[in-house]
Design a protein around this ligand. Structure first.
Ligand SMILES: [Zn+2]
Length: 234
C-alpha cells in the first residue's frame, strides 16, 4: 500500500516536472491543469450539482435539465449534457476555441520548427493535436515543444475564459430555477403521499369494520344476543 502510494506520488511528481518543462509559465500551466481537471465554471452540470434539492429530482428529469442548448451545423439540438468535457471538446459554441488552439500551434511549428519537426507535426490529425495540447504527451524537441505547448495553453485558457463568461450570461439564474423545480416536485410528492395516505385510510375502513369495532367507530348493524331476543319478543 505504502509502495503504491509512493509510486503514485512519484508519478504525480514526475508529471508535474514534465509539465513545468513543457509550459514554463506558471499562470498558463495552472490554468491548463484546472481545465484538464474539469474546472469549467457556469456549465449547467456545475450549476445543477450546486442546486439545493438536485439529488431529489428523478434521473430522467435531471437529464433534461443538464442538456446543452447548442445545435449542430445542420441545426439539430446536440442533446449532450453540458459539462466540462462537452464544453471543452464537443460543444458547437466552442468550435472556434478548438480551432484557434490548433491554428496557433500550427503557426508556431511553421515558424519555429525544423523540417523534420514540421513533418512530424503535419502527420497529426486535428484531434490528436488537441489531445497533445491538453496532456503531457511529447512529440517534439524541448525548445520547440515548449513554444507549441505554451501557444496551445494560452488559447485554451483565453478561449475557455470567454466561454465561461458566455455560459455565465446564458445560465444566469439556472441554479435557482432548478431549486424551484426541485421544491415544486417535493410539494407535488408530498401532496401525492397525502392523497395516497387518504386512499389507504378509505380502503382500511371496511377492513376495520370486518375486524370489529375500533377507534370508537361502531360496526354497522352490530347486535347482541339480548337485542335479538327482545326483537323476536316484539
Ligand atoms: Zn453544447
Amino acid at each position: 500500500m505504502l509502495h503504491a502510494n509512493l509510486t503514485e506520488r512519484g508519478s504525480v511528481c514526475q508529471e508535474a516536472r514534465i509539465r513545468r518543462k513543457q509550459i514554463p509559465s506558471h499562470g498558463l500551466r495552472c490554468g491548463l491543469r484546472n481545465l484538464a481537471l474539469g474546472c469549467v465554471t457556469y456549465t449547467r452540470g456545475a450549476m445543477c450539482r450546486r442546486a439545493v434539492g438536485w439529488q431529489h429530482i428523478d434521473t430522467g428529469f435531471q437529464e433534461g435539465l443538464l442538456k446543452c442548448p447548442c445545435r449542430s451545423t445542420a441545426g439539430d439540438l446536440n442533446q449532450q449534457p453540458q459539462d466540462a468535457v462537452h464544453v471543452m471538446l464537443e460543444c458547437n459554441e466552442t468550435d472556434a476555441v478548438r480551432h484557434r488552439v490548433v491554428a496557433e500551434m500550427n503557426m508556431v511549428v511553421g515558424r519555429e520548427g525544423t523540417e523534420e519537426e514540421k513533418s512530424t507535426w503535419n502527420q497529426l490529425s486535428g484531434q490528436r493535436k488537441l489531445n497533445y495540447s491538453l496532456t503531457t504527451a511529447s512529440l517534439l524537441p524541448t525548445p520547440t515543444e515548449a513554444k507549441v505547448k505554451m501557444a496551445g495553453a494560452r488559447q485554451w485558457v483565453l478561449g475557455m475564459r470567454k466561454a465561461a463568461d458566455q455560459l455565465h450570461r446564458e445560465n444566469d439564474g439556472y441554479e435557482h430555477m432548478v431549486e424551484r423545480e426541485a421544491a415544486l416536485l417535493e410539494v407535488a410528492d408530498n401532496i401525492g403521499a397525502e392523497i395516497e395516505k387518504d386512499l389507504e385510510e378509505l380502503v382500511a375502513i371496511p377492513i376495520r369494520y370486518a375486524a370489529g369495532p375500533s377507534r370508537g367507530l361502531p360496526p354497522p348493524e352490530q347486535t347482541t344476543g339480548a337485542e335479538v331476543l327482545s326483537t323476536e319478543a316484539l
